[in-house]
Every structure is written in C-alpha cells, then in structure tokens.
Design a protein around this ligand. Structure first.
Ligand SMILES: NC(=O)c1ccc[n+]([C@@H]2O[C@H](COP(=O)([O-])OP(=O)(O)OC[C@H]3O[C@@H](n4cnc5c(N)ncnc54)[C@H](OP(=O)(O)O)[C@@H]3O)[C@@H](O)[C@H]2O)c1
Length: 310
C-alpha cells in the first residue's frame, strides 16, 4: 500500500467505498450487508487501507452502522490511523440542523469526533460559504476533526474555505478514465495547496472493469444502457487500451484504471467492492506503476471522449 500524508492524516491511496453497504441501489442483498460488508472492512484493515468512505445517505444510515459494528471486531483493533469519512446532505443547512445531522453520524459510527466530514453536494440555493458557517461550530467544539466537500467545483471549494476560515482538506468528486475532468483543475490546485482529491466511482461503477460477457448487473445499473451486453460502444477504445496495458503488467483492467488515477498527485481512490477478491485486487493497484507513455495513452483516450471546456 502507498500513502499520502495530508494534514496529519496518513491516507492510503486506495480506500474503501461503502455506499454498497446496506443500500438497496446496488442489489447486493442482505447477506452482503450482514456478512460481506464487515468482512470487507476487516480485510481492508489487514491490507493497510486507512480510509473508509460512507455517508448518512448510504443505506440510508445502515452503512455507517455496519462500519461501526465491523470496526468493533476488526484487527488491528481500535481506530488508530483510520479515517472514517462521512457526509451530510445540506438540504436545510442551518446550524442546528447540521449539528443534528452530525450527532446522528457520531451516534451511528459510535465515535466522539468525525475524522472527516463532507458536505455531500452543494445546495443550489445556499452558497458553500454559508453552508460552512454551519459546519464551523462543529470543528470548534471538536466534534469534527477535518472538513471536506464533495461534488464541488474549484470555485465552490474555495468559497467553502472562506466560510470555514480554514482549509477544506478534501474534495470528493467523480473521477475516472470515464470522467477525467478533475485532472484539469482540482488536482493541480490540490497538489499546489496541500489538499486532497478523493476519486469516487473510480471504476465508473464497474464499467471500466467489465467484459462484454459479464451479466447485466442488478440494481440501478440494470437501467443504464452502458451496462448492457456490449454497452453503447463509446468506451470501447478505452476498454481495449485498459486490457492491453493490463496484459503488459500481468494486472487487471480495474487495476490499471486505478493506477492511472494514482498517477495524479494529491489523489486517492475509494473503489467500492462486491467481493473480497475485488477489494484485494483494488488494494494491490496502489503498488502498480504505469509507464509515462501508458498514462499518456490512457489520458488521451479519456480526454478524447470529453469535450474540452473553452
Ligand atoms: N460523494 C458522492 O457523491 C459519491 C457518489 C458515488 C460514490 N461515492 C463513494 O465512492 C465509492 C466508490 O464509487 P462507486 O461505488 O460509485 O463506483 P466504483 O468504485 O467505480 O465501482 C464499484 C463497483 O465496481 C465493481 N468492482 C469493484 N472492484 C472491481 C474489480 N477489481 N474488478 C471488477 N469489478 C470491480 C463492483 O461492482 P460489480 O462487481 O457488481 O460490477 C463494485 O461494486 C462509493 O462506495 C461511495 O463511498 C461517493
């Protein structure tokens, strides 16, 4: 495993996404929530993963409880060095409401302070700066150790910092070969300013790891045409390149997709996992080094799919 040291946190470059834990959207069922999810938390600890990502919205609330219960029986015991990040939805981001939401996450996670507390999405009617004015008292009272934003543009991230009057240490955004946009602006700013970009859906929800022969997944992805038999074909050149680069490294396309993300500075990825094997494969991607020309080839293919902003 490799790590980034940011603001006193030692963050593993591969974390564990826990949206899947206890949530119906993924269609993984009760046995997954009861048995697989806790086993994933235990194995993640053994593999040196130090960042687990959840939210009040996942489950809803079940994901946080599953993590609490799993960590109570995990080895290494305790939470030393672990960053359990959670998020609140700023639907009515007045101070008392946000404090109430934070108390809910504290209770469900069984902790006295949240390691990293994200604003899950910007509120379209309340500026990031105003939202952060409701978060600031949580930091001052010690109930929140570090603050992050999610799904925020660079300007919104910077506005949030002005409201918090201290660094908003991370921005968690959709970032993958299928959504390479953050490489243009968020990553350079984070790298220059000691901040962190946390890449969610780093495998494009499994799309970048799929073979045409794979069955259509259950849950919300069943309605997505990209997950049908041969998909819609638009990712084909990227998928072919992933297979080729993977073969050269005796790795898997998923690992190459993650290694491409980790070729960016100040970036960690938090893939979700359906099985222990996927988790192990993803964790191993932290140690996979791609050649500069492989990174450039993948970046070019990714950018070719996304129109550049003027
Ligand atoms: N802040 C936000 O708004 C936001 C939004 C989305 C996600 N997130 C966070 O980011 C985490 C990850 O994103 P995500 O779950 O949307 O997408 P993802 O990590 O790109 O995809 C996860 C899915 O990909 C498949 N997979 C994982 N590892 C694989 C491997 N090695 N080989 C083949 N398939 C593999 C699994 O599905 P199958 O095996 O069933 O195909 C798994 O459930 C979430 O758990 C959540 O914590 C945050």
């Amino acid at each position: 495993m490799r790590y980034l040291d940011i603001d006193g946190m030692r963050v593993s470059r591969i974390g564990l996404g826990a949206w899947q834990f206890g949530s119906r959207e993924w269609g993984y069922g009760d046995a997954y929530a009861r048995e697989t999810a806790p086993a994933l938390v235990h194995r993640a600890r053994e593999l040196g993963i130090t960042m687990i990502d959840t939210a009040e919205a996942y489950g809803p609330a079940r994901s946080e409880r599953i993590i609490r219960d799993a960590l109570a029986s995990a080895q290494p015991a305790g939470r030393d060095g672990l960053v359990v990040a959670t998020k609140f939805m700023p639907i009515a981001p007045a101070g008392p409401v946000v404090a109430w939401q934070a108390r809910g996450s504290l209770r469900r996670l069984g902790v006295e302070a949240l390691d990293l507390y994200y604003v899950h999405w910007p509120n379209p009617f309340v500026s990031p700066r105003r939202v952060m004015q409701s978060v600031r008292p949580l930091v001052e009272s010690g109930r929140v150790r570090r603050v992050g934003v999610s799904n925020h543009s660079l300007a919104a991230w910077q506005s949030a910092e002005r409201g918090l009057r201290s660094p908003v240490i991370a921005n968690q955004v959709r970032f993958s070969l299928e959504s390479p946009g953050p490489a243009r602006d968020l990553v350079p700013w984070a790298a220059a300013n000691g901040r962190l970009v946390v890449a969610y859906s780093p495998l494009a929800q499994g799309l970048l790891a799929r073979d045409d022969a794979d069955p259509v997944p259950r849950g919300f992805r069943a309605r997505d045409p990209r997950f049908r038999a041969a998909g819609d074909g638009r990712l084909r050149p990227l998928q072919d390149a992933l297979h080729e680069v993977a073969a050269a490294h005796r790795a898997t396309p998923a690992q190459v997709a993650l290694a491409w993300l980790l070729s960016h500075p100040a970036t960690v990825a938090i893939p979700g996992a359906r099985t222990l094997e996927q988790l192990e494969e993803n964790a191993a991607a932290a140690d996979l080094d791609l050649a500069p020309e492989e990174v450039a080839r993948l970046s070019d293919l990714a950018e070719a799919r996304v129109p550049r902003r003027p």
